[in-house]
Design a binder for this molecule. Structure first.
Ligand SMILES: Cc1cc2nc3c(=O)[nH]c(=O)nc-3n(C[C@H](O)[C@H](O)[C@H](O)COP(=O)(O)OP(=O)(O)OC[C@H]3O[C@@H](n4cnc5c(N)ncnc54)[C@H](O)[C@@H]3O)c2cc1C
Length: 398
């Protein structure tokens, strides 16, 4: 259901991604999860298909694809495996931050391998004592000749230990958001150690780990954008895009749960007929489908706002003062909130539709349910999304 049909090239690419997802990625997702194995070779395939470079400008080797198309790609991938869909979304988030805010010299030196997908990106904002209140982060970076010495702990880093290049937010100045800078730190950086992965309730195939920085001498030319104090604005601008990626992944996960539940309800018979014929089950499926579609359309509408800003020449609308900047931030928060709540409810209802087998590992819906929960937490909890939306409403009403 779309008011804006895809071009034939876009439809062709999505068909290829769907085929890859359903024939190669979905069948291995349960095994990767059970073995807590990050499927790096799948990322190599995504890179070969051009999916790591899709949303980036041609001048850095990107595919100049629309945000809308990249979200549809993320949805298809997450429908097959959330670890893969979310992994690409996080890679895009980190790559976008570097691509958009790098100096011309940094862009030439540090971006092409990320865009091409030869290197995997990660984004390190959160800390043990600074989660929702990210501006309170305590990791310090002090200038020492040609280096910045970084000391502190970054927490919950998706791809921690498997990423090649991290965007690390650290404090170069006073307390508060304006004292924060962003650094591009490679995995082999002396003084950087990655802790063992967190033992999570789901998404074991997507490692999440702390980074410990102990007086790590990061070359001064790795200060993103070449200026101190811009790190928090960079981090928030990246999240405006990242939240749309998470929303698209949530739609994909909800769609996967709906697919499973619909197929099962058509097949499973009780009282001499398919359970889908009982109104109590049919209405559940109808609600799941409607909620998933509503989340998809809200997310795609938000993508179109971003695409319009890009056509106006703005790659970072919330930083460069584009007239739609506030609407873009609000739409991203609304999409993330709606889609991840939809995924939570839909995956829970899918378990209900499958009955007892839904609660076993013989079907993937129990995994979907465990995975959906994290989407309400990362890249800003859903309470924080509500906070963003409420602040916008209050400001507009003044
Ligand atoms: C699997 C996973 C992957 C992640 N990946 C990354 C990553 O790649 N990079 C990264 O930087 N971070 C990452 N995160 C961290 C994530 O963004 C944080 O967990 C999140 O921002 C919440 O921070 P917190 O866990 O410290 O919770 P807290 O901030 O301590 O919040 C605890 C509870 O209090 C609520 N709360 C806090 N403040 C308010 C408020 N003002 N109003 C209402 N409610 C409030 C929260 O909503 C939450 O329910 C990841 C987290 C997970 C679980």
């Amino acid at each position: 259901m779309s008011l804006h049909p895809l071009s034939s090239e876009e439809a062709e690419l999505l068909a290829v991604v769907r085929d890859l997802g359903q024939t190669r990625i979905a069948p291995r997702a349960a095994d990767d999860e059970a073995a807590a194995r990050f499927p790096r070779e799948v990322f190599d395939e995504l890179a070969n298909l051009g999916l790591t470079w899709l949303p980036f400008p041609a001048e850095v080797g990107g595919g100049d694809g629309s945000v809308r198309l990249s979200l549809l790609v993320l949805e298809e991938l997450a429908r097959a495996s959330l670890a893969v869909g979310m992994g690409l979304s996080v890679h895009h988030l980190a790559t976008w931050a570097i691509t958009t805010f790098a100096t011309p010299e940094q862009r030439a030196r540090l971006v092409p391998e990320l865009v091409a997908g030869r290197l995997l990106g990660a984004y390190a904002l959160s800390e043990p004592a600074a989660g929702s209140d990210a501006a309170a982060l305590a990791t310090r970076a002090h200038r020492d000749g040609d280096t910045y010495r970084l000391t502190g702990t970054k927490a919950w880093v998706t791809h921690g230990g498997v990423a090649d290049r991290y965007v690390v937010m650290a404090r170069t100045g006073d307390e508060g958001a304006r004292g924060i800078s962003a650094f591009i730190v490679d995995a082999d950086q002396p003084g950087l150690e990655v802790a063992p992965p967190e033992r999570k309730m789901g998404l074991a195939a997507s490692p999440t780990a702390q980074l410990h920085l102990d007086d790590a001498p990061v070359p001064a030319d790795r200060l993103l954008g070449g200026a101190e104090g811009r790190g928090f604005a960079i981090a928030m601008a990246a999240l405006d895009g990242g939240r749309l990626g998470i929303a698209a992944c949530a739609v994909g996960l909800a769609q996967a749960a709906l697919d499973q539940a619909t197929a099962y309800a058509a097949d499973r018979e009780q009282f001499g007929r398919p359970i889908a014929d009982f109104q109590g089950v049919g209405f559940l499926l109808a609600d799941m489908a409607t909620r998933t579609e509503a989340a998809r359309q809200l997310t795609l509408a938000a993508a179109q706002l971003r695409d319009r800003a890009t056509r106006d020449g703005s790659r970072a609308p919330t930083v460069d003062g584009h007239p739609d900047a506030r609407a873009i931030t609000r739409a991203a928060a609304m999409s993330k909130l709606t889609a991840t709540d939809a995924a939570m409810q839909t995956t829970s209802e899918a378990v209900q539709v499958l009955g007892g087998v839904g609660y076993t590992r013989d079907f993937p819906v129990e995994r979907y349910l465990r995975e959906a929960k994290v989407l309400q937490i990362l890249e800003g909890t859903n309470q924080i999304q509500r906070l963003v939306i409420a602040r916008h409403l209050a400001t507009d009403a003044r």
